[in-house]
Design a protein around this ligand. Structure first.
Ligand code: FE2
Length: 387
């Protein structure tokens, strides 16, 4: 038996934020805690969204103790804030970090600490049993797709490890995709998050499992990024292209219920050890992982994989692909075209870091669904190429 999961309700379009208050009130809710990050409070976006959503019958308070790589203490403080007020629901406003903290507050508000016991890696999902308060997600970046996802990642204090929590109940009730909320993103974040969305679609498509619906979504998602990310980089106020990027991010997260692959396994240690933005880490690796994957597909005469790589090549090249061997360079050129300079050395990585990075990438679980087995030496070789 295979379980297929598709997104939560999406409100999509310019000013779709205005439709959220009536939808919340329809559910009989009166007071919500908005979980966001201090950056969004600083630029005034959190307060602007708060005033759009507040009405005579709907109270909203802001909680912004959220770190860029969220910590257990963020959740502890958030749960305390939630329980000390008379709240009946949660709003997540921001990028992946605010979403992850909000989702974790959502289940910890109705479950006993410690948080570590709910770790998905030790079967903690089975302990998430109580009914949770409603959650409404408002992304301000177009990349992670966390607004339609069923997991959160928090660093546990005791172990210092990024820990995954997973439960279908973590999926927001409604996600609002309003492109106006993403126009103020700095260009390098727009580029990096956009490549993250593309990588989710691409890696999900390459996963060798039967899921034609996710595959169709992944293909369309890749096309949308290739068409719209350059437009957004050229004109940050292009609301149509911004909207398409928001949708492609949700499509990536929908498609990767199939799994991800070696790019994410290699990107994770770059972020954890060297604080490289997650999307940027993917962007620095995509060309070299494709090179390695194509080489393997040719040597092993894996026709299914070759066909999928060919599909990806046609999408990135806008149907001008003449040879499968050209795909890595075309991907590299695309990444360059949105302002990202390749070369791990330019981002603080040195040759003597690679041994450890290779080990950490191998320990990461994402490559379990790469279309073929990847060993520690392979990771070492690809990091070296990407240097
Ligand atoms: Fe990602």
């Amino acid at each position: 038996m295979i379980q297929y999961h598709f997104p939560t309700v999406l409100f999509f379009g310019v000013d779709s934020l205005n439709d959220l208050t009536p939808a919340i009130q329809k559910k009989g809710l009166k007071s919500l805690l908005m979980v966001t990050d201090p950056g969004l409070v600083h630029i005034g976006l959190a307060n602007s969204v708060k005033s759009t959503l507040t009405s005579s019958r709907l109270n909203i308070d802001i909680f912004d103790d959220v770190h860029p790589n969220p910590l257990e203490e963020d959740v502890t403080l958030g749960v305390k804030a939630y329980q000390s007020g008379d709240y009946d629901g949660i709003i997540a406003l921001g990028g992946g970090s605010a979403m992850d903290v909000a989702k974790t507050i959502r289940f910890m508000a109705v479950h006993k600490p410690p948080l570590a016991q709910y770790d998905d890696a030790v079967g903690g999902d089975a302990k998430i049993v109580n009914s949770m308060p409603p959650l409404f997600a408002i992304p301000t970046t177009a990349g992670t797709g966390s607004e339609v996802g069923r997991s959160s990642v928090i660093t546990i204090k005791e172990t210092g490890k990024k820990t995954i929590f997973f439960h279908p109940g973590l999926m927001p009730d409604i996600a609002v995709l309003d492109p106006k909320l993403t126009v103020n993103l700095p260009p390098h974040i727009t580029a990096a998050t956009g490549v993250d969305a593309f990588t989710h679609c691409m890696e999900a498509y390459l996963v060798d499992s039967f899921h034609p619906m996710a595959d169709a979504i992944a293909i369309e998602g890749m096309k949308m990024v290739v068409e719209n990310l350059p437009k957004v980089m050229e004109n940050p106020n292009n609301l149509d292209a911004r909207g398409q990027m928001l949708l492609s991010a949700t499509m990536g997260a929908t498609a990767f219920q199939k799994g991800l692959g070696m790019i994410h396994s290699m990107a994770h240690p770059l972020s954890a050890k060297f604080n490289i933005h997650h999307g940027l880490a993917n962007a620095l690796l995509i060309k070299f992982c494709l090179e390695f994957t194509i080489d393997k597909a040719m040597k092993t005469e894996n026709k299914t994989l070759q066909e999928k790589l060919n599909d990806i090549g046609n999408i990135i090249s806008c149907d001008t692909l003449s040879d499968i061997g050209n795909i890595p360079d075309i991907a590299g050129t695309f990444v360059n075209s949105i302002g990202i300079v390749l070369g791990l050395e330019k981002h603080g990585i040195q040759a003597d870091h690679i041994e450890k990075l290779g080990q950490l990438a191998f320990e990461d679980s994402c490559h379990a669904t790469h279309p073929f087995a990847v060993n520690q030496d392979d990771f070492h070789a690809v990091y070296t190429r990407a240097l």
